[in-house]
Design a protein around this ligand. Structure first.
Ligand SMILES: C[S@@+](CC[C@H](N)C(=O)[O-])C[C@H]1O[C@@H](n2cnc3c(N)ncnc32)[C@H](O)[C@@H]1O
Length: 192
């Protein structure tokens, strides 16, 4: 498995997930953009012993085309098909880590419907890198996120991926939520 996010960021994500669990916030856990499972294994481990299930989503075909919102001279390495890993490899990585297998949905986020997401979500990790990938995942989760839930979006502070911050800020302008930034992560606390 590769390290797509730093160990410090993993610590922050798990701290926030633990907070949701300790507060008794009901609802499942989702990860949009799971890649090879580097973060999924931590999420899966953290919810052992709770009634929460982990749902993960990915094209398993890598990144889609960029839109103009994602253009940055710093982000030339991000190309269509980059970060492609097979679903089989994802499953293998989860099994090697000996954690419970998540519910895996292989699809482009734009092809998913509300039927594909849990009815209640208490914790969401959005890691789709691009503007439309974040917007599509926001649309999929927004009816299911409960009061007291937390959404973490990776690459908010990454100037190589400017579409992420734009998608987050646009979404925040329409929702009752508080944002905090740590490392490259936007941590969003849902009030209503
Ligand atoms: C940076 S990687 C995710 C890393 C993973 N969360 C981790 O922490 O190890 C981004 C992933 O998002 C997926 N992805 C990006 N946009 C997508 C979209 N619109 N639909 C489906 N998958 C997408 C890519 O296939 C890739 O695996």
């Amino acid at each position: 498995m590769t390290n797509q996010i730093s160990s410090k960021e993993v610590e922050i994500i798990l701290r926030e997930l633990r907070r949701v669990i300790n507060n008794g916030t009901s609802g499942d856990v989702v990860e949009f953009g799971c890649y090879d499972g580097g973060t999924s294994v931590h999420l899966a481990k953290e919810i052992i012993g709770t009634d929460k299930k982990l749902y993960v989503y990915d094209s398993f075909e890598g990144l889609p085309e960029k839109t103009s919102a994602d253009t940055s001279p710093l982000g030339l390495q991000f190309m269509p098909g980059e970060l492609s890993v097979s679903k089989k490899q994802f499953i293998k990585n989860i099994m090697s880590a000996r954690v419970p297998m998540p519910i895996i949905k292989k699809a482009w986020f734009s092809d998913l419907t509300l039927e594909d997401v849990p009815k209640q979500i208490s914790f969401a990790f959005l890691d789709g890198d691009y503007y439309l990938s974040i917007v599509d995942s926001q649309k999929l989760i927004e009816k299911s996120i409960v009061t007291g839930s937390t959404i973490i979006v990776d690459d908010y502070g990454n100037s190589a991926l400017p579409g992420v911050a734009r998608a987050v800020d646009e979404w925040l302008s329409r929702h009752d939520a508080i944002k905090k930034v740590e490392q490259s992560l936007a941590i969003i606390y849902i009030r209503n």
